[in-house]
Design a protein around this ligand. Structure first.
Ligand SMILES: Nc1ncnc2c1ncn2[C@@H]1O[C@H](COP(=O)(O)OP(=O)(O)O)[C@@H](O)[C@H]1O
Ligand SMILES: [Mg+2]
Length: 98
């Protein structure tokens, strides 16, 4: 799908993903009015992750009070790799998820 007029945003996302491929972390906040094209850009990001494992999560208002709900949603598909984390980080995640 072509995203009209979003070359700059897509270039930023592509650079972030290329960097992740090289093992360097990064973050980017997409902000804007409803309908402005945030989800379309996230879909572009997910499509650009070939050979990688993109993880996606959505904040749910009714779960706002549940501790680590969003983190759990985000990391659930990757929990099988918890043993590959350094021990302190693995322990912290195991503690958070019970
Ligand atoms: N740059 C764009 N070019 C073409 N279609 C777009 C573009 N940005 C958004 N759209 C379309 O507009 C609609 C709303 O975009 P969406 O990504 O859902 O907005 P948001 O997540 O910010 O509320 C979707 O159908 C999306 O595919
Ligand atoms: Mg959206």
């Amino acid at each position: 799908m072509v995203l009209w007029g979003r070359e700059r945003e897509q270039a930023r996302i592509d650079a972030l993903i290329a960097q992740a491929r090289d093992g360097r972390s990064g973050s980017l906040i997409l902000r804007g009015e409803p309908g402005i094209g945030k989800s379309a850009l996230l879909d572009h990001a997910a499509r650009s992750c070939e050979g990688m494992r993109p993880l996606r999560g959505t904040g749910i208002e009714t779960e706002a009070e549940l501790p680590f709900a969003a983190l759990h949603l985000l990391l659930r598909p990757a929990l099988d790799r918890i043993g590959r984390l350094p021990a302190p980080q693995a322990r912290a995640l195991e503690g958070a998820f019970g």
